[in-house]
Structure formats: C-alpha cells, structure tokens
Ligand binder design. Structure first.
Ligand code: PLP
Length: 389
C-alpha cells in the first residue's frame, strides 16, 4: 500500500473536465450532444497569433527562456496594462506562467498552510477551494448572492477577516456567474483593507476584457495603496481564444515576484518559447478579432438569458461579463446535480451544476454561451422539453 501526502486526499477538481469527458463519451456512442458546459471560447485563435507562434519555431526559438518570461513579452504585458488600466507596471513584477491557473496555485502555496485562513468566492472557480485545501489552510467561503448580481459585499468580506487571514481571492467578471463587482464595492473593500495590512489579495481578472452594456472594470492594479500586497491574475486563454496554448501572467508585489519566479523554476522552468512569441503578437497586434468575439458573446448572452427566462421554473439574471449565465433552477424541484446529470443523459445537453462551484451554487446551473446561437437555442429548447417531461 502506497502512502500519499495528506494534501492529495484534499485536492478537488474542476467538474467541467468530467462533464466534458462524459459528453464526449455519449457523443462517441452517437448522441447528438450540445455542450454548454465548456469554459472556453468556441472561436479559433486569431491567425496572426498562430502565425507568430509558427514563425517563432521556424526562427529557432526552441530552448528554455527566462523563467519569468522573455523580456519583450513582459514589456508587451506592461504596455497592455497601461492601455487597459492606465497603470505603469515595472515588467520585473510580471511573471508569465503556463495558464491563469498556475498563478492561483502559486499564490496558495505562498500563503497557505495549516493554521492560515484564505477567503474565496462561493460560488467560484473550483480550483481556488481545491488549492487552498491542498495546502492545509482553512478555506473560508465568501457567499455571492443572486440579489447582489453575484457581486461580493465588501462589508461581508471584511467581516470574514480574522487574525489568521492571509489572503483573500476575488474574481470579476466571475466564473461561474458572469457577475461583475461594481467599482464602488471595490473602493469599499480597498478602503477597509487599510485596517488589515497583513492581508494579501489575489484578484482574478482573466475575464476583464469580456464586459457588456458599458460595465466598468476596476483592476486591483489601479489602487497604489495595494501595490505591495495585491496579485493580479490575467492571461491569454479567454481574451484571445488561446486556452490550449497555456499562457497566463500575474503582476506580483515587487517583493513576491522573485518568489513566484522561484516557484516557476521549481515547477515548469518556463512557458514554451513559441507560445510566448504568439502572446506578444496577441497583445501588440490588431484587436479586432478579440473585439468581434466579445460582440458575438454579447449577442448570444441576450439570446441565452431570454430563452432561459422563458422556461418553467427557471429565472436568470443578466450576466455582466465573461461567457456564462447562471440560471436559478430552484423552482423546478430538482437539485443542481440531478438536473446536470439528467440533462446530459436525457436531453444530451451538457451544463454544470452550480454546486460544482461551491455549496452556495445549489439551485443554479452554469450555462456557457461559448457555442453557436443556433446550438444554444436548440439546447435550451431541449431543456424545456425535459422540464415539461
Ligand atoms: N480563472 C478563472 C476564473 C477561470 O474561469 C479560468 C478558466 O476557466 C482560469 C482562471 C484559468 O485559465 P487558464 O486556462 O489560463 O489556466
């Protein structure tokens, strides 16, 4: 009998990958599956970005790179942050990693251990909770409620801080709800954190380019008073339809960038060189494909919300960002998990139970609208048939 480290038994997972496997297995048996479970754009990476990756390989970029990312890429990220958030960020504070998730794990490894507390959004991206549990720290859920548009209440968040709190995690626009934190709530949080100088914050802003109806995003980077304790997570996966390239970055406090780089050296050495050149092309090149993608998501968002609201027992508030709707299904009399399983097996529609994102997700389903409008409407029709069934 092998003896594994105790953290292994506490490691969670991302149900989206299980649902995808189940949907693919049913499709392989001939089922006409529609996948609204997936968390990635259904668009290809724009061709000029693909070309830059191919060119990098042809130009001989086959070797290791600096662990924190090649300097021209970190400079391009710094320019992009200036364009989007109006901030001046020293490229030395930027650490490029293979995907947004890696920054998450690094932050948890840096702050989490038995005795420590980390506050995380619930419902929220499941890897936050999983990584906190892995370290042995206590995971403290921050409830996100429908009546608040699934934004956190700064007052409630601040009330959860104890002398053991080391890190708080926020995410806007949010997975799985599409909720967007209003700027005033961010201001209140930052003002309140002045009373808790030993608490760090990780702001997951991976969907910050996907906002609708003129909603505003205020990056944690725009608060100079947070510069020595804020980690800003972002990346290329969602904005440029690059999930499989594996590239993300974070801006770390000056004192932590070197530690994050050390974790990178221990973990993966560097992001593959060709991907890094593709990422430069993504940031410096034309943005029209990325903008067109958001416009398409916006159109589908409206269609998704309208169709969901027409279903019996289902209500869905308008998501302000990302590409997820989070309909309330509590009046259907089904639990989230039961409905997820029934929909896959009986309606051949993949969605994700709200409980996959935390206990506060009971009574909700995550519906990704990263699929064609035609497929989305067909899938929601099938959900209607199932509910009428
Ligand atoms: N953060 C959030 C909120 C996400 O939803 C995701 C992916 O689904 C990530 C981070 C991770 O992205 P990546 O694929 O770049 O690791």
């Amino acid at each position: 009998m092998l003896t594994l480290a105790s953290g292994m038994s506490r490691l969670g997972t991302e149900t989206a990958f299980d649902v995808l496997a189940k949907a693919n297995a049913l499709a392989a048996q001939g089922a006409d599956m529609i996948n609204l479970g997936i968390g990635q754009p259904d668009f290809p990476t724009p061709p000029h970005i693909v070309d830059a990756g191919i060119k990098a390989l042809r130009d001989g970029h086959h070797g290791y790179t600096p662990a924190n990312g090649i300097p021209p890429l970190r400079e391009a990220v710094s320019r992009d942050l200036h364009r989007r958030h109006g901030v001046e960020i020293d490229p030395a504070r930027i650490v490029v990693v293979p995907g947004g998730k890696v920054t998450m794990f690094f932050a948890m490894l840096m702050f989490g251990e038995p005795g420590a507390e980390i506050i995380y959004p619930d419902p929220g991206f499941p890897i936050y909770r999983s990584a906190i549990d892995f370290t042995g720290a206590k995971a403290v859920p921050l409830p996100l409620r429908e009546e608040n548009g699934f934004a956190f209440s700064a007052e409630e968040l601040l009330s959860l801080i104890t002398p053991r709190t080391r890190l708080i995690i926020i995410n806007s626009p949010a997975n799985p709800t599409g909720g967007v934190t209003p700027v005033e709530e961010m201001d209140k949080l930052v003002a309140g954190l002045a009373n808790h100088p030993a608490v760090a914050i990780m702001s997951d802003e991976i969907y910050s380019c996907m906002l609708y109806d003129g909603r505003q995003h205020r990056s944690i980077l725009t608060y100079p008073e947070m510069a020595d304790r804020a980690i800003m997570l972002d990346g290329w996966s969602k904005t440029y339809a690059m999930t499989g390239w594996r590239a993300g970055f974070a801006v770390w406090p000056e004192a932590l960038a070197e530690k994050a780089t050390r974790l990178a050296i221990n973990d993966h050495s560097c992001v593959n060189a060709a991907t890094q050149y593709a990422c430069i092309a993504a940031l410096d090149g034309p943005q029209d494909a990325a903008i067109a993608m958001v416009q398409a998501f916006d159109e589908r968002r409206r269609a998704t919300v309208d169709a969901l609201n027409a279903l019996p027992g289902v209500s869905c508030i308008e998501p302000g960002g990302a590409f997820y709707a989070f309909p309330n299904i509590s009046k259907t009399g089904k639990s989230a998990k039961q409905m997820q399983n029934d929909l896959i097996e009986q309606a051949h529609v993949a969605t994700i139970a709200g409980t996959s994102f935390g206990a506060y997700g009971e009574g909700y389903l995550r519906v990704s609208y990263a699929n064609s409008k035609e497929n989305i409407l067909k899938a929601i029709d099938r959900i209607g048939d199932y509910l009428a069934g």
